[in-house]
Design a protein. Structure first.
Length: 333
């Protein structure tokens, strides 16, 4: 089937406007399947071009898997879905060396980690040992098996899902694992009008099956290389640092935002600037992404956790944002 859409491919140079065009095409394409959720889609695109990973948390049936599949089809990349269960082993993800009797040698059989976009469905149902097997590939983009390092081809992104309601038989993600996710996002239920649109759209067809790509992995990899060149002024850097340091001084917080968290917020802000067609980061870029980028990195004290308030960390970040002075945005011609 011929793709009637314009497919963006890698060029020798990619400008901010080209990154913005790339993001716009992916956004429009995903919207053929996903109704609403524009902010979630934008944040996924930001994570994609920042080489980040996303944790989607919500009840079943809110479109988490469909969203991941739509994004993968839009960029024409490799996609693997793994259902995490208590009996899932690390080797089930990374692959194994098996003995080939015909050749008389060991051969490597790669697991589902060797893809571009990995959907780790219900990640908190796997044991901590299996969860930790994702740490190296998420951070280093490589997998070590029997002393041999296998490099994952870019772009590589993990979209993990978890159900916040059913906790029986689950293993909460450790702080070290949570810190590897750029964003933690909540899908949320659709509005009444969005629900009607969903029913109308899926009544006679499945839009995902006819979704065509509008970009390819090489264009995404090029955008990832270019987005780090977006200018971040010293005032904005100080703003990010002040937000992080203020989280460490909150009474309810045992562990505040780490340097990794600050870097994540800076990178995400650079991507948001590019999506807006700007070559520089504004304080508003930082402010808009602070909650999804930082809230899941906070470790609250036992007294705060005991209250079982799932939105406590998000509200704490919002309180910090309201207490930190926003630097003036410089005038630009």
């Amino acid at each position: 089937m011929t793709n009637t859409n314009t497919t963006l491919r890698e060029s020798s140079t990619m400008s901010v406007n080209t990154i913005q065009q790339l993001a716009d095409q992916i956004r429009r394409n995903v919207s053929q399947v996903i109704v609403g959720k524009e902010q979630i889609v934008d944040q996924l695109i930001i994570a994609l071009i920042t080489s980040g990973h996303v944790l989607l948390e919500d009840v079943p049936g809110t479109g988490k898997t469909l969203l991941a599949k739509s994004l993968a089809r839009s960029i024409d990349c490799g996609f693997k879905r793994v259902q995490f269960t208590p009996d899932l082993l690390p080797s089930d993800l990374s692959g194994i060396n098996f003995y080939n009797q015909k050749s008389g040698e060991f051969e490597f059989r790669p697991g589902p980690l060797f893809t571009n976009l990995l959907l780790a469905d219900e990640i908190n149902r796997a044991t901590p040992r299996t969860q930790s097997s994702l740490l190296e590939c998420m951070e280093e983009r490589q997998v070590s098996i029997d002393g041999t390092t296998h490099v994952l081809q870019p772009p590589f992104m993990v979209i993990a899902t978890q159900n916040p309601i059913e906790q029986q038989g689950t293993f909460p993600l450790p702080e070290a694992q949570l810190d590897r996710f750029l964003f933690k996002l909540n899908m949320g239920y659709p509005t009444t009008e969005e629900s009607i649109s969903i029913l109308s759209r899926f009544k006679e067809s499945k839009p995902l099956e006819s979704l065509l790509p509008v970009a390819d992995p090489s264009a995404i990899a090029e955008a990832q290389r270019e987005v780090v060149k977006i200018t971040v002024s010293e005032d904005v850097l100080r703003y990010i640092v002040e937000i992080a340091e203020r989280t460490r001084k909150q009474e309810e917080v045992a562990t505040g935002v780490s340097p990794r968290g600050m870097q994540a917020l800076m990178g995400a802000s650079q991507a948001r600037a590019a999506l807006s067609g700007r070559g520089y980061v504004t304080p508003d870029d930082v402010k808009q992404l602070a909650v999804p980028a930082l809230a899941h990195r906070l470790v609250l004290k036992s007294s705060a956790r005991a209250r079982g308030d799932r939105g406590a960390a998000e509200r704490l970040i919002e309180r910090v944002l309201s207490s930190v002075e926003v630097p003036a945005e410089p005038l630009r011609s």
